[in-house]
Structures are given as structure tokens and as C-alpha cells.
Ligand binder design. Structure first.
Ligand SMILES: [Zn+2]
Length: 314
């Protein structure tokens, strides 16, 4: 009986297929920030987005104020993490990107202008995917290894397009507590899942210009959902991937308490924080060594709209 089981803490097995994390870590963590900046405004309001000065300022708080703060916290804590950045934002906010790269963080693919792949043809999806890959290559010196679909809009073409371009992982799906594989005839991708409970928009974003209005939580209340999610991952061996946004969680009061929380969990000494690409590489290596077999989800699951027979649609 392991020490954890003996303590009674993990006596209940909640994850059917827990991952052997490096150095016996209890869970794997990556605080991912999606630095969308004002791409959202120009995408949602192509006619007059440029006139929405207050909304733009709210979103530019991300690259201008929050990213330097976040990167400094990571430096102090000695961790490297992942930023998903639309390529338009990479071109528009080079200073923020430079800070990420200087800190050794991963800059991963998050569309070009945060466009919605599910509303595009396969050809359009390929075009924007490639255009953003070129920007990332030029900026970081290497092709991106990971992708998160803008607004989780992973399309039924996304998997094959990503596999064709040599991506290692995706971070858009919500199908498990631990990494799993998504496969098609084209090959396979490692999925590093998260979910809406780990996204900061429902906690903190209230923006009429983005047609997204939620009751803004106090920082301590907003933080609580992330800490409870962490404790479950820690207790049962999961993957903790908050989906945060610099303009939201990077605000002073929220990041002040989130950074305190990160410091406290790092102090436990048995938690693995790494960029997403390193977590995906770890999954590849435990598969290769035969010490782990992830769950696999084969796609496509549906060839068209799902219809069930009834007297009304015969
Ligand atoms: Zn985004």
C-alpha cells in the first residue's frame, strides 16, 4: 500500500488510468494564459471595433500590464509555463512576446485573429493555421508544438489539419481528467484537456462589447474554483490546466492571490509545473517506454448530424 493510500487521502480511486508523473509528482500543472488582447473586439466588430476605445483598453491591459507581471511571478517562482497567442497579437504586441520568450515560456498557436474554425471551410482553416505557424516560426525560431482552438472551437477538420502539420498536442477539448489520445486515419495527437470550470471568463469577464456579461466574482471567490480543482488533481493524480486570460486573471487583485496560491502549492514539493509541450512530451515518453497506455478516442465519431428515427422525420 502506498503512503498516499495508507493516509486514506487517496483511498478512493477516482481516475481509472492515472499517469505516472515525473519524479513521483502527484499531479501535473500548467497555468495556461491565452493572450487574446483586442483581437476579440476586431473580430466581433469588424466595422467599428476600432472605435470601442474602452473595451480595447480593457483587453490591452493583458499585453501591456498583466503579461510583464505574470512573467515576473513565474521568474520568481522558477517555473516555465505556456501562453497561447493569436498570431495577430504576436505581431501587434512584440514586447509581451519577448518577455514570454525571455522567461523560457512556450508560445503556442491560438489562431490568427482568434477566428472560429467551425465557421470556416477546410481550405480557410488551413490558410489561417499556416499563416499563424509562419508568424510563430519567425518569432520563436521554431514551429509551434501545440494548439488551442479560439474559444474551444475545435472543428471536425482540426485534428487532421494539426496532424498534417506535425503538431504534438491540442489543448481545446474537455474529455478527461488526464491526457488522452485523439486519433484519425491521419495519425494521433495528444490531448491535454481542460474545461469551463477552469476558465476565468465565467468568474471575471463582464464586457458588453463582447456580448459576455457575468456577475463579476470577488478575487477570493473566483480563485476558489481553481484551488478546488487543483486539490482534486493533487489528490487523485490529475492534470490541472487553468485557462486564464491576462486581461482577466492578470488584474492586480486577482493575480496577487493567484500568485500566492501558486507559491504555496509549489512549496509542497511534489507538484510538477511544466509547459504544455513538456507535459505532452512526457506522455509520449511513458507511452514509448511501455509504462503507460492512455485512453484513445478515435474520430470522426459522426459522419453527419445525428438523427433518430421517429414518426416525425421518416
Ligand atoms: Zn482565446
Amino acid at each position: 500500500m502506498s503512503e498516499a493510500e495508507n493516509s486514506g487521502q487517496s483511498s478512493q480511486r477516482m481516475i481509472a488510468n492515472p499517469v505516472p508523473w515525473p519524479d513521483g509528482a502527484k499531479c501535473a500543472c500548467c497555468v495556461t494564459f491565452d493572450m487574446d488582447a483586442d483581437s476579440l473586439i476586431h473580430l466581433d466588430h469588424p466595422e467599428d471595433g476600432h472605435t470601442r476605445v474602452s473595451a480595447i483598453s480593457m483587453l490591452q491591459y493583458g499585453p501591456d500590464v498583466a503579461v510583464p507581471r505574470i512573467v515576473e511571478t513565474y521568474r520568481r517562482l522558477g517555473i516555465r509555463q505556456t501562453f497561447f497567442v493569436p498570431a495577430w497579437c504576436i505581431e501587434r504586441y512584440p514586447g509581451a512576446i519577448e518577455l514570454m520568450l525571455k522567461g523560457g515560456h512556450e508560445v503556442a498557436h491560438h489562431g490568427y485573429l482568434h477566428e472560429n474554425p467551425r465557421r470556416q471551410s477546410r481550405e480557410q482553416q488551413a490558410f489561417w493555421l499556416d499563416r499563424a505557424i509562419d508568424v510563430i516560426k519567425r518569432t520563436t525560431g521554431a514551429a509551434p508544438r501545440g494548439w488551442r482552438a479560439p474559444l474551444y472551437n475545435f472543428s471536425d477538420q482540426s485534428l487532421d489539419l494539426l496532424i498534417d502539420r506535425g503538431f504534438l498536442y491540442d489543448a481545446s477539448l474537455m474529455g478527461d481528467d488526464v491526457p488522452y489520445l485523439i486519433t484519425s486515419e491521419a495519425g494521433r495527437l495528444i490531448e491535454l484537456p481542460s474545461h469551463w470550470g477552469l476558465d476565468d471568463w465565467p468568474q471575471y469577464v463582464h464586457a458588453m462589447d463582447l456580448d459576455y456579461m457575468m456577475p463579476v466574482r470577488a478575487p477570493s471567490v473566483g480563485l476558489q474554483i481553481f484551488t478546488e480543482e487543483f486539490e482534486a488533481a493533487y489528490r487523485y493524480g490529475g492534470l490541472w490546466v487553468p485557462v486564464l486570460h491576462p486581461f482577466a486573471t492578470g488584474r492586480l487583485s486577482r493575480w496577487a492571490i493567484m500568485s500566492e496560491f501558486l507559491e504555496s502549492v509549489l512549496g509542497r514539493g511534489d507538484v510538477w509545473f511544466a509547459p504544455m509541450e513538456e507535459i505532452a512530451a512526457h506522455i509520449n515518453s511513458v507511452i514509448a517506454s511501455g509504462s503507460y497506455t492512455p485512453r484513445t478516442v478515435a474520430t470522426p465519431q459522426y459522419s453527419g448530424p445525428v438523427q433518430v428515427n421517429s414518426p416525425f422525420n421518416s
